[in-house]
Design a protein. Structure first.
Length: 140
């Protein structure tokens, strides 16, 4: 069994899994940068709403954080840090979209590549990996 295998759970349409697919969550955050780059450059076909993207409880990770993850792991300092970082990630992603919508693609690109988005994105991925390892080690 691989490091992340025991955390993978199939996700039904509206269900929130008790256990998070940590690698899937990391991959989803990697894909966000591609989506936002396409949005800023005007190459993307989707319309992103900063008011929706800025909410940290609508994505699969957010639903897990505010649901079973919080119930099961909310007392862990690393979980609390992930929760805060994830909220910051969504706020920064919303800033990228807002800047692009206002026509300031230079600012949007800066936030995305070197600003708060880059910082929060990297930290979310690192904290997800560390939390996965911490939970894996606690069950041995």
């Amino acid at each position: 069994m691989g490091l992340f295998d025991k955390f993978k759970a199939p996700v039904a349409a509206a269900a929130v899994p008790d256990d998070l697919d940590f690698m899937g969550a990391i991959e989803a955050h990697i894909r966000w940068k591609v989506r936002l780059e396409a949005y800023v450059s005007g190459d993307g076909a989707e319309k992103l709403d900063p008011a929706v993207v800025g909410k940290d409880d609508l994505c699969a990770l957010g639903k897990w954080i505010y649901g079973p993850g919080g119930v099961n792991y909310g007392a862990l300092p690393l979980f609390q840090s992930l929760k805060e970082t994830h909220a910051g990630f969504h706020q920064c992603a919303a800033q990228v979209i807002q800047s692009a919508d206002e026509g300031d693609t230079v600012k949007a690109s800066e936030i995305l590549s070197r600003g708060c988005y880059a910082k929060h994105s990297n930290k979310v991925k690192a904290e997800l990996a560390r939390l996965s390892i911490e939970l894996d080690n606690s069950e041995e």
